[in-house]
Design a protein. Structure first.
Length: 180
């Protein structure tokens, strides 16, 4: 393994640490992380193309090329159905109990599973921000992908997660995620 590929693996692992240590609502961790390399990236790329074709979102195909060209991909998901119990109404329901009941009656055909706790989604956003900060500090090109998160859930990479995003990593002379 060349030094750059070894560094990408280290950065991906450090990103997972950033996710784990990011603050969480009421101190309860509902975030899951997984890192993909090599053949798993190819599998994720193919699933992105399949999902994009099925739902008619062309950007899934564009993003799939980036995943295939990446050196690693950090998946971050959340168990958004695990509410905090604050009855804040951020999810659109008056109580956490109402949200949980609606979740159990949800439509299986959606890309993400909902409704979800607004506090848990904030936790997910903070965790993603912590991860990309770590990648940036270590000069790894990265971008947050909704499309790859959807495909990761479709493949069962983050069991029990309702929502997920993916952060592919690349160390090249040109940022492949923005100059596409």
């Amino acid at each position: 393994m060349d030094p750059e590929e070894e560094a990408v693996r280290t950065i991906a692992n450090l990103m997972a640490v950033s996710v784990r240590t990011a603050p969480k609502g009421k101190g309860i961790d509902t975030i899951e992380t997984k890192v993909l390399y090599g053949p798993e990236l190819a599998e994720l790329s193919r699933e992105m193309e399949a999902v994009g074709s099925r739902i008619g979102f062309q950007f899934f195909m564009r993003d799939a090329k980036n995943i295939a060209a990446a050196s690693a991909c950090v998946l971050i998901g959340c168990h958004g159905d695990q509410h905090v119990g604050l009855n804040c109404g951020g999810c659109g329901f008056n109580t956490c109990k109402e949200m949980a009941e609606a979740f159990s009656n949800r439509n299986e055909s959606t890309l993400f599973k909902g409704p979800v706790c607004a506090i848990r989604m904030a936790d997910l956003g903070i965790a993603i921000g912590s991860a990309v900060k770590t990648a940036q500090i270590h000069n790894a090109d990265n971008r947050v992908f909704f499309s790859a998160g959807v495909a990761a859930l479709s493949l069962g990479h983050l069991p029990g997660c309702t929502t997920a995003y993916a952060i592919p990593l690349s160390v090249t002379g040109k940022n492949i995620f923005f100059d596409r």
